[in-house]
Design a protein around this ligand. Structure first.
Ligand SMILES: Nc1ncnc2c1ncn2[C@@H]1O[C@H](COP(=O)(O)OP(=O)(O)OP(=O)(O)O)[C@@H](O)[C@H]1O
Length: 250
């Protein structure tokens, strides 16, 4: 198992108040999978992603990535661990307007003290797959949202991390750009990349091979795509969401 989330619980404690964001989360992601996590607002998706991303720690339970217990990584090594093991794609791209697109993409390699040759070679490898060759010398403010997300995906995979984490990656895009970004995720997954994506969008989730549904801080349900096409899987995700909300309403 590439990612193993075991009995994770998260309680936020603020002045006299306790919020249980995650009650009991158990799931794994195998190498080569494309998994989507869905759930209503407040169900704990961001909390879970933040814990997997090592931005936050669970109150109980463990997260193993490549058999490394992420809670044991020292503060000194956590930035390096993230650069090497994880790629991040966010809803709002998080690219720096003062850097060219190329420099944005290379930033994780610069921080890891890689040679210029290694950086150029890696960029040449991934640029055609992402269709960003013509964008490299431009700045983020000169390109569209969909193009910015391509640049952000390039930055996320430049160090070739074993796991790509995406938080609502199409949330800020129009439907056409969303579709192109989702096709790109699918393509990267077909090339062997493991992806874990949090989303509200049924359309986005229908590109995954498996969908986990979170409710009240637990994984309530999961479905696999199997042999279904996007349309069929989309229908089944909708049905699952309806069932879940009906169950919750009783
Ligand atoms: N830093 C925090 N301090 C206290 N409570 C928090 C904190 N972050 C989240 N929560 C609470 O934990 C619960 C889960 O929140 P979380 O943001 O993980 O949900 P979500 O599913 O990502 O929601 P959304 O889809 O709206 O982003 C909510 O009740 C939220 O109010």
């Amino acid at each position: 198992m590439l990612l193993d989330v075991k009995n994770v619980k998260k309680v936020y404690k603020t002045a006299g108040n306790e919020t249980t964001a995650l009650r009991h989360i158990d799931f794994g992601v195998k190498e080569g999978e494309f998994v989507a996590i869905m759930g209503e607002s407040g169900s704990g998706k961001s909390t879970l992603l933040n814990i997997i991303a090592t931005f936050d720690k669970p109150s109980q339970g463990t997260v193993l990535l490549n058999d490394i217990d992420t809670s044991t990584i020292s503060k000194k090594h956590v930035a390096q661990f993230r650069r090497e093991q994880l790629g991040f794609v966010f809803q709002d791209f998080n690219v720096l307007d003062t850097f060219s697109n190329k420099d944005n993409i290379l930033l994780p390699m610069v921080l890891s003290n890689k040679s210029v040759e290694a950086m150029e070679s890696r960029l040449n490898d991934i640029a055609p797959t992402l269709g960003i060759q013509d964008l490299l010398n431009k700045y983020p403010y000169e390109i569209s949202g969909g193009q910015k997300q391509r640049v952000a995906i390039a930055r996320a995979i430049i160090t070739n991390p074993p796991l790509l984490l995406a938080d609502e990656p199409t949330g800020a895009l129009d439907s056409k750009s969303s579709e192109q970004i989702l096709e790109l995720f699918r393509h990267l997954n077909q090339l062997g990349r493991t992806i874990l994506m949090v989303t509200h969008s049924i359309q986005a989730a229908s590109y995954a091979g498996r969908v986990l549904f979170i409710k009240d801080g637990m994984v309530y349900h999961e479905i696999y795509r199997g042999e279904e096409d996007n349309h069929q899987f989309n229908e089944r995700i909708s049905q699952s969401l309806t069932l879940l909300s009906e169950r919750g309403a009783k």
